[in-house]
Design a protein around this ligand. Structure first.
Ligand SMILES: Cc1cc2nc3c(=O)[nH]c(=O)nc-3n(C[C@H](O)[C@H](O)[C@H](O)COP(=O)(O)OP(=O)(O)OC[C@H]3O[C@@H](n4cnc5c(N)ncnc54)[C@H](O)[C@@H]3O)c2cc1C
Length: 266
């Protein structure tokens, strides 16, 4: 059920253009993309490889799943949520990033031995704690062994228009922390972009208007019929997601198996 949306073929002359590029389609990047896409920001997520969460055996501390959830299914749900809210997801590795808020950012991305250039007004980097492809920027970076963490203020770096989220921002190593960090960074970016989209709430009909208030930007009032329809859709979707065991292979640490992605051959 996961969707991989593709865009038109890129031309040689002009880079593809998005309002926002999210580098890394793991927990933080996909959560950020859900929030920015819902605010009407044309969002591209580029992901290379897999979230480290795919190495988990059973995810038991993410809110909302009292019996736990298969972590690879959880990642698929995050991806579907981002794309169903309007984000585009593609598999590609970002190898270079340059630019500024004033001129726009240019990312070089590689996939299947092909390289392409993407233009974005803003960028959220939510990749692994390795800032190698960010070397064009004068960022505050903390080196810890082989890992590099970017210092941030609520996701904002010292470079306007460039944000970081998740492990790269030295968040604690739990999925809910990375998800929250992605959401917080996205909301900061939405504010910085001057988009009036504060709450991102869906409320029952009359919640604001029956008190003589306008529905605030980023909020939606829905009537009982619409509420029932959406809840029926959500029950049907979740039944389908949980009907069968998730088929993606268990991962482990890549050093333990002869497979660079760390796949276990069960
Ligand atoms: C074995 C293990 C078990 C865990 N178990 C739990 C648990 O039970 N509960 C819990 O809360 N947390 C758990 N975690 C921690 C959790 O996985 C992380 O906190 C969370 O995944 C971090 O989210 P993130 O978005 O920062 O990084 P990730 O989810 O790893 O996402 C980063 C993404 O960026 C992509 N990427 C990297 N570089 C590039 C690039 N240059 N271009 C494009 N894409 C790129 C990666 O492929 C990846 O998909 C576990 C971690 C491990 C390793």
């Amino acid at each position: 059920m996961a969707t991989e949306t593709t865009t038109d073929e890129p031309t040689d002359e002009l880079p593809e253009t998005y309002d926002l590029l999210v580098v890394g389609g793991g927990v933080a990047g996909l959560t950020a993309a859900t929030f920015t896409a819902r605010a009407g920001i044309d969002t591209l997520v580029l992901n290379d490889g897999e979230s480290v969460l795919n190495r988990n055996a059973h995810l038991e501390n993410v809110p909302g799943f009292p019996a736990g959830i298969n972590p690879r299914l959880f990642g698929e749900l995050l991806k579907t949520q981002a794309t169903e809210n309007g984000a585009t997801f593609q598999s590609a590795r970002v190898i270079e990033l340059t630019g500024s808020l004033e001129d726009g950012f240019l990312a070089t991305a590689e996939a299947d031995d092909e390289s392409r250039t993407i233009h974005a007004d803003r960028v959220i980097v939510a990749s692994f704690p390795n800032a190698g492809f960010l070397e064009a920027f004068d960022l505050e970076i903390r080196q810890a062994g082989q890992k590099q963490y970017v210092e941030t203020d609520h996701g904002r770096t010292g470079v306007e228009g460039l944000y970081v989220a998740g492990r790269l921002a030295e968040g604690y190593h739990q999925a809910v922390i990375s998800a929250g960090d992605g959401a917080k960074t996205a909301i900061g970016l939405i504010h910085d972009a001057g988009i009036p989209f504060y709450n991102d709430w869906v409320v029952p009909e009359g919640y604001f208007t029956d008190r003589g208030r306008e529905v605030p930007p980023g909020c939606e009032e829905i009537d009982a019929a619409e509420q029932k329809a959406r809840q029926a859709d959500s029950r049907a979707a979740m039944r389908e997601y949980f009907a069968e065991p998730h088929e993606a292979q268990q991962r482990t640490h890549p050093s333990l198996v002869e497979d660079e992605a760390g796949r276990i051959n069960w």
